[in-house]
Design a protein around this ligand. Sequence first.
Ligand code: 5GP
Length: 212
Amino acid sequence: MADRIPLQRYGVLFVLSSPSGAGKSTIARMLMKSDPQIALSVSATTRKPRPNEKNGVDYHFVSDEEFDQLVSDDAFLEWAHVFDHRYGTLKASVEKLLEDGKDVLFDIDWQGAQQLHQRAGSQVAQVFILPPSIEELRSRLKKRASDSDEVIAGRMARARAEISHWDGYDYVVVNDDVERCFTDVQTILRAERMRRRRQTGLIEFARELITD
Ligand code: 5GP
């Protein structure tokens, strides 16, 4: 087979959003494992770490004062209040990943997706993952922990609020089967990588093809 000129391209800013319980974290994990070209953007948050979470891996856990400082330093590409806490995407870490030639995966809510689109629209591809039904979502949220009905009702209300923003996304995938949902998300990423506007080396490549 003839040598193929490696084409340069801009990285994809790949946003995955969903209500909690729709399977977003599983899909994100599967994507990271199967595809060394994409790296996760580790957000900063004022939320306290959960028992299995590591600082710098799952989040950069910061105090309210540290978060205020990051906001006033203009260190965030986007940030938002999500329920009781603040979360934000750090500009410097995204820039570093793009410089390293990576696509960047964002596990952020609809407010973050909207801000990212405003700031870097042409580089962003947004995917919203929906649960197959509200009963299925309720049963997934119930399985998570032995929480009270009140806690579960609160989670359901949050999930419904998040779902109401589905129509701001480029792609919507229903997660009724995790393998199929993963394949769909992978397919979207593959197609986004091939968008003409991302492929910065195309002009020279096409010129060579056209020239006698
Ligand atoms: P959790 O506290 O369960 O890890 O995340 C709660 C919500 O915050 C999730 O919907 C998650 O996608 C969102 N989130 C996490 N990091 C960010 C961020 O940097 N920016 C925004 N806007 N949302 C985030």
